[in-house]
Write a protein that binds this ligand. Structure first.
Ligand code: GYE
Length: 310
C-alpha cells in the first residue's frame, strides 16, 4: 500500500478511500435529496462510504464522528446539526490526522484549522433573497389591506447555521420597507409536522397574518395544511415564501399555494467527493466552496418542475 508515493502522509491514488459521513437526519425533502446525492457520488467516485444518521441530535453526530475516528477512516464529512460545540471532537479528529470537510452547514469554531473546507450555500444570501422579493411586492404583500405587512416566521432547527443565517438575511432585507414586521417567530425544526403545528398556533394567536416566511419548503408545506384547515387560501389569503425548491415545494408553487421559493441546492455529493480525494491526497483545497443557486416565482416553477429530480 502507498508504494511509490512520495508524500508519506498522503495516500496513493490507487488506494481506495473510506469516508465517514455524519448526516443530520431525514427531516426534510432537501435532506433526503442530499443523502442520495452523497451516496450516489461516493459510489461513482469509488469511495467507500460509512454513513450515519444523527436523527437531528448533536450527541449522536459526535458519537458517529468518534466511531469514524476509531475506525481510522481516511476522511470525515459532516453536516453539523447546530453551529456550536464541535471543538473537542474536531480536535480529536485533527490529532488522529483525519481531515474533516464540513458539508452543507457551518460550525462557529474560531479555530479554522479544525476542518479543511466548508462546502455549501450562503444562507444569509438566501434569507436576503426571500426578504428582497417581499420588499419588491410593495403593498401587494399587504394581503389584509390594513397598512402593515405582518409576517410570521417558521424558523429552522434552533442553533443551526441555516436557521440563524436565513433569519439574519431576511431581517436585513426587510428593513427596506418599514411596513414589514415579523409578528411572531418560532422553530418548526425544518419538518412538515413542525411547520404545521407552529402555524396552527400562529393562526390562533395572531390576527391578519399577511405573509409566512418558512426557512424551508417542508415547514411551508406544513403551514399550507394549517392554513387550509383554518378555511383560508394559502398563496392568496396568506402569502408564503420558502427556501429549498424541492419537488413538493415547487409543485405547491406551481399550484399557486406558495408565492416564492429561494433555491438551496442539496446535490453536494459530486463536489464533496472531489474535495475528499484532494484532501486525502494532501492537496490544498479552498477553505470555502459555494454552491450555485437561483430563485423561482410561480411561472418559473411551472417551467422548471418537469426537469426537477428531487
Ligand atoms: O434547507 C432544510 C434542511 O441545512 C440547507 O436543512 C440545509 C437545510 C435545508 O432540513 O430543508
Amino acid at each position: 500500500v502507498g508504494c511509490g508515493d512520495d508524500k508519506p502522509e498522503s495516500k496513493a491514488a490507487s488506494d481506495s478511500i473510506t469516508m465517514g459521513f455524519a448526516q443530520v437526519g431525514a427531516e426534510s425533502g432537501w435532506r433526503t435529496a442530499n443523502t442520495k446525492s452523497v451516496q450516489e457520488a461516493a459510489k461513482t467516485a469509488g469511495i467507500e462510504l460509512k454513513f450515519s444518521d444523527a436523527q437531528q441530535k448533536q450527541e449522536n453526530q459526535i458519537k458517529s464522528i468518534r466511531s469514524f475516528i476509531q475506525q481510522k477512516v481516511d476522511v470525515i464529512a459532516f453536516s453539523p446539526v447546530v453551529e456550536t460545540g464541535w471543538d473537542t471532537v474536531l480536535m480529536e479528529a485533527k490529532r488522529a490526522n483525519i481531515p474533516v470537510i464540513l458539508t452543507d452547514r457551518a460550525v462557529d469554531s474560531k479555530d479554522t484549522t479544525l476542518y479543511k473546507s466548508f462546502l455549501g450555500s450562503d444562507f444569509v444570501v438566501e434569507g436576503k433573497k426571500a426578504g428582497e422579493w417581499l420588499v419588491k411586492q410593495g403593498d401587494a404583500a399587504d394581503v389584509n389591506h390594513d397598512g402593515s405587512i405582518k409576517v410570521v416566521e417558521l424558523q429552522g432547527t434552533t442553533g443551526a447555521a441555516p436557521a440563524i443565517d436565513r433569519k439574519e438575511g431576511f431581517e436585513e432585507a426587510m428593513k427596506a420597507n418599514p411596513k414589514i414586521a415579523i409578528a411572531a417567530s418560532q422553530t418548526g425544526d425544518f419538518t412538515r409536522d413542525g411547520g404545521k403545528k407552529v402555524m396552527e398556533s400562529f393562526l390562533k394567536s395572531q390576527k391578519d397574518i399577511d405573509v409566512v416566511f418558512a426557512h424551508n419548503d417542508d415547514m411551508g408545506l406544513g403551514a399550507i395544511e394549517a392554513i387550509e384547515a383554518a378555511g383560508l387560501k394559502p398563496g392568496k389569503d396568506v402569502q408564503i415564501i420558502t427556501i429549498d425548491a424541492v419537488k413538493d415545494g415547487m409543485t405547491a408553487l406551481a399550484d399557486g399555494k406558495i408565492n416564492y421559493i429561494v433555491e438551496c441546492n442539496p446535490l453536494l455529493g459530486p463536489q464533496l467527493m472531489g474535495l475528499a480525494k484532494k484532501v486525502v491526497a494532501g492537496e490544498e483545497v479552498p477553505a470555502r466552496v459555494l454552491t450555485e443557486e437561483t430563485v423561482f416565482d410561480q411561472a418559473a416553477a411551472k417551467t422548471a418542475l418537469s426537469a426537477r429530480q428531487y
